[in-house]
Design a protein around this ligand. Structure first.
Ligand code: FAD
Ligand code: NAI
Length: 464
């Protein structure tokens, strides 16, 4: 039985980052992880493999649709699906191996196996009980099913994102349930590979929670790319036959029932916290009605010495949010001041073009009762974007009309996921739209569109 200052349960982006920060702050640290590799959902079956497939299939799209126009002639590449999956697995392996290296470098013990907490100060793995002055639960999340519907997930025909990242062959017809982040990213992957992708969404719009202009703009772009959408439709049943499935949904406007056939059905209707087997009920750890572990603003649960972070607690289920909480919780345990600014957490969808947002949407900004102004600039006015066939999107900045302070930004466009961080930094510094507009931006870059949107909050954009 070993004794530690901190034992972290779960080696996803929340847990592994927290452990590294604990070790850097001089705390004797171990991580319990039940998977065969480190990195959690994100590195193994989430962010990293999905981005590898998005990159590969985007490259295919470029070759098929844009190469000839650039004078790059010849046969388009054919798809070797097994090789594409090998590439994806290699990328995952490099990343998970990298975390193992970081653990060794920081002298963090990896206790292999599934952990539970028999009492505060103890973590049990197999027959061993380890002592810890502090325990951080970073046990992450798992896919949820379709609320109120008869759906059995077999990870062959009816799959979650995990199955969709590793299909034995490219389906001819794929039905995606849910037009959220997973549905649109993985739907894009298969649409680019030639699948007939039909997305069925409960709401009347895609990407719940995002700015209305983004919802409308992205829908138009994805339709142009060949994805089909049925909005305002609640899936009620998925039946599987031998190699096929039938999806039944009800249109909310008139309650009429329709069906779709598919070779593969991707269930992408959200994720829920994973806390099975930890023994939290016996310990008396308070949970929310949605199954999240309740914490205070220092990531403490109601049980002294037990903290929780990441997808297992409230807030957006994002890797970088989990990482920030992991670092902050480590700092709190080390007696320092841990802080996460939940008002400035960017969200990115890695379609082409990318979508990125931070802060308030226009509707949410109006709801605060402030006077607001909106500066918008189309990538059609950005020379660099047009050169890469991505003039379709825009940058939209929302600022306070009275103070000019930036309240939020929403981008559809090339490298939107990187551009958004200029706005994040501006918001962290309490900057005004004019501060961004007065900052010299290199030409020709996509970031000029951010400056133009900021100029549009004032006397006007130049190239529009
Ligand atoms: P997790 O990454 O889920 O890690 C938890 C770990 O804890 C797991 O490895 C699990 O095995 C382990 N564990 C659980 N219980 C125990 C136990 N009792 N004992 C031992 N080990 C245990 N987010 C982004 O920000 N960007 C993206 O591009 C992105 N893409 C995604 C794509 C997909 C397909 C999916 C599914 C998710 C994606 N996400 C993305 C979300 C992101 O993966 C999660 O928000 C993030 O992984 C949460 O980190 P975490 O550390 O809280 O939990
Ligand atoms: P989501 O919450 O983004 O979207 C789920 C969608 O399913 C919603 O639009 C919802 O209205 C719809 N839905 C629910 N029930 C339905 C029904 N019966 N019929 C039709 N539609 C229905 O969840 P998603 O896409 O599964 O992603 C889960 C989490 O993973 C998200 O919280 C996200 O933050 C994270 N993630 C992040 C990524 C990124 O940052 N790029 C990429 C992938 C996942």
């Amino acid at each position: 039985m070993a004794s530690y200052d901190v034992i972290v349960i779960g080696a996803g982006p929340g847990g592994y980052v927290s452990a590294i920060r604990c070790a850097q702050l001089g705390l004797k640290t171990a991580v319990v992880e039940g998977r065969d590799t480190l990195g959690g959902t994100c590195l193994n079956v989430g962010c990293i493999p999905s981005k590898a497939l998005l990159h590969a299939t985007h490259s295919l799209h470029e070759a098929e649709h844009n190469f000839a126009e650039m004078g790059l002639k010849g046969k388009s590449p054919s798809v070797d699906w097994d090789q594409m999956k090998t590439y994806k697995s290699n990328v995952v392996g490099q990343n998970t191996g990298g975390i193992e290296f970081l653990f060794k470098k920081n002298k963090i013990d990896w206790i292999k196996g599934w952990g539970s907490i028999p009492a505060a100060g103890q973590v049990k793995v197999g027959d061993d009980v380890h002592e810890a002055k502090n325990i951080i639960i970073a046990s992450g999340s798992e896919p949820s099913s379709v609320p109120g519907a008869e759906v059995t997930i077999d990870e062959k025909i009816v799959v979650t994102s995990t199955g969709a990242l590793d299909l034995p062959k490219i389906p001819k017809k794929m039905v995606v349930i849910g037009a959220g982040v997973i549905g649109l990213e993985l739907g894009s992957v298969y649409a680019r590979l030639g699948s007939d992708v039909h997305v069925v969404e409960f709401l009347d719009h895609i990407t719940p929670g995002m700015d209305a202009d983004v919802q409308k703009g992205l829908l138009k772009i994805l339709k142009k790319q060949g994805l089909k959408f049925t909005l305002g439709a609640a899936v009620s049943k998925v039946e599987t036959l031998k190699t096929k499935a039938k999806v039944t949904y009800k249109l909310r406007k008139d309650d009429s029932e329709e069906t779709l056939d598919a070779d593969v059905v991707l269930v992408a209707t959200g994720r829920k916290p994973f806390t099975d087997g930890l023994g939290l009920e016996a310990l008396g750890v308070e949970m929310s009605p949605r199954g999240q572990i309740k914490t205070d603003n220092q990531w403490r649960t109601n049980v002294p010495g037990i903290y929780a972070i990441g997808d297992a607690i409230d807030g957006p289920m994002l890797a970088h949010k989990a990482e920030d909480e992991g670092m902050a919780a480590a700092e709190v345990i080390a007696g320092k001041h841990g802080h996460v600014n939940y008002d400035v957490i960017p969200g990115v969808i890695y379609t082409t073009p990318e979508v990125a947002s931070v802060g308030l949407t226009e509707a949410a900004a109006k709801e605060t009762g402030r006077n607001i102004k909106v500066g918008k600039f189309s990538f059609m006015g950005n020379g660099r974007a047009k050169a890469v066939f991505q003039g379709d999107g825009f940058v939209k900045i929302i600022a306070d009309k009275d103070t000019d302070r930036v309240l939020g930004a929403h981008i559809i466009g090339p490298a939107a996921g990187d551009l958004i961080h200029e706005i994040c930094v501006a918001m962290e510094f309490g900057a005004s739209a004019e501060d961004i507009a007065l900052t010299c931006h290199a030409h020709p870059t996509y970031s000029e569109a951010v400056r133009e949107a900021a100029l549009a909050c004032g006397d006007g954009a130049i190239h529009m």
